[in-house]
Write a protein that binds this ligand. Structure first.
Ligand SMILES: [Zn+2]
Ligand SMILES: [Zn+2]
Length: 368
């Protein structure tokens, strides 16, 4: 069967640019698309012809060969099916509007077998575990590639058969009025193949569920809610496809005393007004035990003492955050007779006045 010249098919000259070839092809493809020409054999032929011409002329190397040697320059297979790259171009030109993937046997779907699903699990750490960093064992039930058949789903020596429903494309076109949808083939589940002699271990699925225990290293200082990604530890891919990933969501239990803000820890310390006035050295709890802390004489309510490097390890950096001790200065509600006597003497000394009136600055402050 002799073929029309590709340039003639697209109605362009021999020195036409790639862009013009593309738009010429697009015009024809839209005009002769099967969705617009139901059952019209002639249109279908034109459509295929244009696609073939475009496949050759849009490829610089193939076009050069065609220009010099004609069809012979294409090595007898001008059009070795629609490979993924050319097909990608078609989809690019026409979009999915016409359900292109179904017509040409699914170029995109052919880009690779199905990737396995991602999995997700949660670990809960005590605050101290988070602070020190830890390694956790997690139990995962996941689909793994079947060892017996190597993931093919076939019994020993058996061959897969092409699915008759979809002709091996793995997809079927469903028309809804003018629109055409492309759906995975229900017969073969989108694989394009039917296994009539399945592997006994996996029943043809190519995958079997396995329970695994995995070790996850949790870096010290990790934030509550962080998602750790274990690449390739999700479910096995379908028929040799790449595996999914496993996401481990790390939850951290709150601490009884400390509140964290990044790598810094915050703590409230109650201190009597008298101690604050005189200054003191106090023992404060830290992550590792306790630490001596100096409160300067005359410390005020709301003052904070910062213990450098006594916070949490900094993530992805060296060093640690700080421990910030917020002073909550309190006034004794009851006094002993002796204390009362001493305080009266102090006030009489003239050091203490009732104070001056001042406008309230912020009624909200401190109420939260
Ligand atoms: Zn198997
Ligand atoms: Zn099928």
């Amino acid at each position: 069967m002799s073929k029309r010249d590709y340039y003639e098919v697209l109605g362009v000259g021999r020195d036409t640019s790639r862009e013009e070839i593309k738009s010429a092809y697009r015009r024809l493809a839209v005009k002769y698309h099967p969705d617009r020409n139901h059952g019209d054999k002639e249109a279908e032929e034109r459509f295929k012809e244009a696609a073939e011409a475009y496949a050759v002329l849009s490829d610089a190397e193939k076009r050069a060969n065609y220009d010099r040697f004609g069809e012979a320059g294409l090595g007898g297979q001008p059009f070795s099916g629609f490979d993924a790259s050319v097909f990608g171009d078609f989809a690019d030109i026409l979009g999915n509007f016409f359900g292109f993937e179904g017509i040409f046997g699914g170029g995109r779907r052919r880009s690779g077998p199905g990737r396995g699903s991602d999995l997700r699990t949660t670990v809960v750490l005590a605050f101290a575990e988070m602070a020190g960093g830890t390694e956790r064992e997690i139990a995962v039930a996941r689909e793994e590639s079947c060892e017996t058949c190597g993931g093919t789903g076939l019994a020993k020596g058996a061959q897969p058969e092409t699915c008759r429903s979809c002709g091996g494309r793995g997809q079927v076109r469903v028309s809804q009025g003018f629109f055409t949808m492309v759906r995975p083939c229900p017969q073969c589940g989108g694989s394009g193949q039917i296994i009539s002699n399945p592997c006994g271990s996996c029943g043809g699925a190519g995958r079997v569920e396995r329970k695994r225990t995995l070790k996850v290293g949790v870096p010290a200082g990790i934030e509550d809610g962080t998602r750790l990604r274990l690449v390739g530890e999700g479910e096995a891919g379908v028929r040799g496809g790449p595996p999914g990933d496993l996401y481990v969501v790390v939850r951290v239990e709150p601490h009884d005393l400390f509140v964290r803000d990044g790598a810094d820890l915050h703590l409230e310390q109650e201190i009597s007004a008298f101690v604050a006035a005189l200054g003191a050295e106090l023992e404060v709890p830290t992550l590792d035990g306790s630490e001596k802390m100096k409160v300067a004489a005359g410390a005020q309510p709301g003052d904070a003492v910062v213990l450098r490097g006594k916070g949490l390890p900094r993530l992805r950096r060296s060093g640690r955050g700080d421990l910030v001790v917020h002073l909550k200065v309190t006034v004794p509600r009851k006094l002993s007779a002796k204390q009362r006597e001493l305080l009266q003497a102090l006030v009489a000394e003239g050091g203490e006045k009732a104070g001056v009136f001042r406008k309230v600055r912020d009624l909200i402050e401190g109420s939260g």
